[in-house]
Design a protein around this ligand. Structure first.
Ligand SMILES: CC(C)(COP(=O)(O)OP(=O)(O)OC[C@H]1O[C@@H](n2cnc3c(N)ncnc32)[C@H](O)[C@@H]1OP(=O)(O)O)[C@@H](O)C(=O)NCCC(=O)NCCS
Length: 256
């Protein structure tokens, strides 16, 4: 049985971060919402404008709290005030720090779902993260037929019915984490590559149509952020350690 990372700890005061390490921060958004006012003061004009465009208050708050936490966390790694951090975006919307603030070295990705945000951070290699809640009312069979590859559908159908729902969301986060790491989002057709999904199989990218070299370029790591969610980190190349931190709401020191 391959273990998923399910232990989340408060960080020590002097947190170290070396090349080949991955840090993943878990933020409970309802808890972090107590920092909303402070966070709002760190957001850029563009971010505040984007927040205004959300129709529902809960989406607006989710965006502002997770952006505020992202700024607070990244500021520790690059030693720059959260408000002074500047993001740029690739043509598909993936944010990164500007090069002058270390964006070429420090890479990150963020995902949020139903009250939890995850922020994955590494150095010198692309990274993506995706979290999904295991929604028991989700019409997973129809969606799998529409978006998963033929191999993934065959594996999903071969599993006992009571474990198919979790396998579906596991597969979904593996695929999303990969496309987010590449940075091209849903412009990559989800059915043109295969990932593992059967319980006990190591998380992995198996085949990418017409790009066989992709499978060995990426590592996938399974996380369990809470009992009803699954998550995956996709990272370019190999890593030596992953550390899962609970965001405490207070600044912590990072020694680099
Ligand atoms: C990226 C994408 C897969 C996000 O999926 P999701 O499950 O809805 O959302 P998640 O919570 O996991 O991730 C959202 C976060 O990913 C990041 N993100 C946005 N675009 C991204 C991309 N292309 N690649 C990686 N990360 C991206 C952002 O930090 C975003 O958070 P924010 O909205 O608070 O800024 C999806 O929105 C997508 O495919 N976007 C691409 C759209 C596109 O191709 N646009 C082209 C315009 S020409």
């Amino acid at each position: 049985m391959i273990s998923a990372f399910s232990s989340w700890h408060f960080p020590p005061q002097n947190l170290t971060f070396e090349v080949n390490k991955i840090h993943v921060w878990r933020i409970f958004l309802a808890e972090a919402a107590s920092c909303l006012q402070r966070f709002q003061q760190t957001l850029s004009h563009d971010e505040l404008t984007k927040a205004e465009r959300f129709h529902f208050q809960k989406d607006r708050t989710q965006f502002m709290v997770s952006r505020g936490a992202l700024r607070a966390i990244l500021s520790q790694y690059v030693d720059i005030n959260p408000r002074a951090l500047r993001f740029e975006y690739n043509p598909y919307g993936k944010p990164s720090l500007i090069v002058e603030q270390g964006g070429n070295t420090l890479r990150f990705n963020l995902s949020h779902s139903h009250g939890i945000a995850l922020i994955a951070i590494t150095k010198n290699r692309d990274i993506g993260v995706d979290i999904e809640r295991i929604d028991t009312n989700f019409p997973y069979q129809q969606i799998a037929e529409r978006v998963f590859s033929p191999l993934e559908n065959a594996v999903l159908r071969s599993l006992p019915e009571q474990i198919q729902l979790k396998a579906f969301f596991t597969c979904w986060t593996r695929k999303e984490a990969y496309i987010k790491a590449v940075g091209k989002g849903l412009s990559i057709p989800l059915d043109c590559f295969d990932v593992t999904l059967a319980p006990g199989e190591p998380p992995a990218l198996l085949n990418f149509q017409e790009k066989p070299e992709e499978a060995s370029r990426w590592s996938l790591i399974e996380l369990i952020p809470s009992p009803d969610t699954v998550a995956t980190v996709a990272v370019e190349g190999y890593y030596t350690a992953i550390e899962c931190w609970q965001w405490p709401g207070d600044a912590i020191l990072v020694s680099r």
